[in-house]
Design a protein around this ligand. Structure first.
Ligand code: CP
Length: 313
């Protein structure tokens, strides 16, 4: 299916065929990244602005590198050093960036809906790099890409997402993407962080760790997001780790070919220990590598690209 959207705001509104188009386009760009000359001129003359109003390592740097690989000019907006600190609104900030001829504005913001808000009045393309606890669409797409790359498919796989689901934009975007592509999704963690209401998204909700992981083809671990919790949702970090942490002693509870995933940043020793994070079943750094090709695909598609058929083999 040809891509025909100016923005990437969420996964919820995408058709399954559109998700497949992004994944196939990312595959073509991954092949470009394996050539000796990794740069292509598809966004030459375009300007991409990284408008990150929340911290980021992986997402911001991979969007920056993706824009450079596509030959765009890229500007990194630093919220701390900006006039947001003097009280300028997000709307005025974005309109000023557009007045400087921004073609694509990539936004990360603590407020749910901030990218959708910008898309209502900007002529530029808007890409959501994470809005509050709502969605993180490129993370879900790179996660799905990584699963498909390792397992050859997504449909029919058992994917368990463990941890802080309630506050997680990564979880919400992953649930939408995985369900749309036909995976069986299990959510697990303390009842305070994994309420039954998530069953309405087509997921199985369980609170027993062993039950959640034993049949999983993929285990995606999430960080406890202290910055989004209004109060502590479980007695202590130690108790969380003892009930829901994945470690070497629990390795024989999981399938020998199960993939261990984590969007980062990792809290080593909390949701995962180093033996598992750096072990043979971990694909955590593959996720980061795939984020570059995936974000090249997204920048290409929101700029008018139609799909993988336009990327020279
Ligand atoms: N996974 C993720 O969004 O990481 P960053 O916050 O470092 O971008």
């Amino acid at each position: 299916m040809n891509w025909n959207r100016k923005h990437l705001l969420d996964i919820q509104s995408l058709q399954p065929e559109e998700i497949v188009t992004v994944l196939d386009t990312a595959k073509a760009f991954k092949a470009v990244g394996e050539r000796s000359i990794k740069k292509v001129p598809v966004l030459r003359g375009k300007t991409v602005i990284n408008l990150f109003v929340e911290p980021s390592t992986r997402t911001r740097i991979s969007f920056e590198l993706a824009a450079q690989r596509l030959s765009a000019d890229v500007i990194n907006f630093s919220a701390e050093a900006s006039s947001l600190k003097k009280g300028e609104t997000l709307k005025d900030t974005a309109r000023n960036l557009e007045a400087l001829n921004a073609d694509i504005i990539i936004i990360r913001h603590s407020a749910t809906g901030a990218p959708h808000f910008l898309a209502r009045f900007l002529e530029s393309s808007v890409v959501n790099a994470g809005d509050g606890a709502h969605e993180h669409p490129t993370q879900a797409l790179l996660d799905t890409f990584t699963i498909r790359e390792h397992k050859g498919k997504v449909e029919g796989l058992n994917v368990t997402i463990l941890g802080d689901i309630l506050y997680s934009r990564v979880a919400r975007s992953n649930i939408w993407a995985l369900r749309k592509l036909g995976a069986n999704v299990t959510l697990c963690g303390p009842a305070t962080l994994v309420p039954k209401v998530f069953e309405q998204m087509g997921c199985r909700v369980v609170h027993d760790f062993k039950e959640a992981i034993r049949d999983a083809d993929v285990i995606n671990l999430l960080r406890i997001q202290h910055e989004r919790q209004r109060k502590t949702m479980f007695p202590s970090i130690g108790e969380y780790t003892s009930l829901y942490g994945i470690n070497r002693s629990r390795m024989n509870w999981i399938k020998p070919d199960a993939l261990i995933m984590h969007p980062g940043p990792i809290n080593r020793g909390v949701e995962i220990d180093s033996a598992m994070a750096d072990g043979s079943q971990s694909v955590i750094l593959d996720q980061v590598t795939n984020g570059l090709a995936l974000r090249m695909a997204v920048l290409f598609l929101v700029s008018g690209g139609k799909g993988p058929q336009e990327i020279a083999a």
